[in-house]
Design a binder for this molecule. Sequence first.
Ligand code: SF4
Length: 347
Amino acid sequence: MPPALIRGLCQLLDNSAKKLVEVKDLKMHFPVYAGLFRRKVGDVKAVDGVSFDVYEGETLGLVGESGCGKSTCGRAVLRLYDITNGSVKINDIEIGETPQSELRPMRPEMQMVFQDPQASLNPRMTVQAIIQEPLDEHTTLTKAEKAQKVGELMDAVGLNRAFAKRYPQAFSGGQRQRIGIARALALNPKFIVCDEPIAALDVSIQAQVVNLLEDLQEQLGLTYLFISHDLSMVRHIADRVAVMYLGKVVELAPREALYATPKHPYTQALLSAVPEPDPTKVTGADRVVLTGDVPSPSNPPKGCNFCTRCPAVMDICKQIEPTYQELEPGHFVACHLFETTGEQGGS
Ligand code: SF4
């Protein structure tokens, strides 16, 4: 039985699963300046009121189109930005408004694996120095202890220790991502935000990196926020999935429920575009083609963010923002189709 399924079953059985990460009404707005005097003329609402929890040991997938705010959301949760509003709790400690200087002791607990291993690794540092950097910053280990730890981390991610003195350019894309993962693991974190960790890799090695992340989760009890635009990959790795559109989470559900019975029209459209591995099942009849472009996050539409592209749009959608509510246990949706007359839109 796949590890993700085992974790899902365990979580169902264990209603008391601990929330490691609690995000409430998170907003990350970036000011826009214009004119001769560089006056503030508005905000890019990259993340605009997002709430979700991540349970200990699980993988929460965060999916959506490019530009929907999912990467900004991941960085904001780790407080790589000073957030505009909202609450972020890691292990019951509120870090939403904690000054950056006071966050330092918490950094070992929460780490990030970046999308582009080429850009996130310093080409002038050896692999040993890159992986060791967090140990230099946050520990008092001796030189020999650090070298030993780097060797163990290289073993854990499947890199040959003999290559520790080489530079990142000497490695393939998949190996560079393994270096990034080893660095993220150096301080024994509990929570890792994986920001499109396979998007820059060849398809042939994407599965290897995902399998590595799964194995490490199993061995080390890690908790992941897995950000991706690839719904097939998220289906493979995530226990629960949150769908983002224009800065907001529009649907969140256990993986099986989301893929089998998506409620929100945007989720239905996204899933209808996922390639079907079995060509005999492709009919084209269920494909939902969205028209129009994603509106600018500096000028989102009134009412529902999705109203300019939604195939099921109603008058109310253009006036009033739908409430994000729990339709079924663990299945949250923000859509007027489910507010007014109960369930009717899940086709
Ligand atoms: Fe579509 Fe209206 Fe639901 Fe928004 S609230 S997704 S516009 S039906």
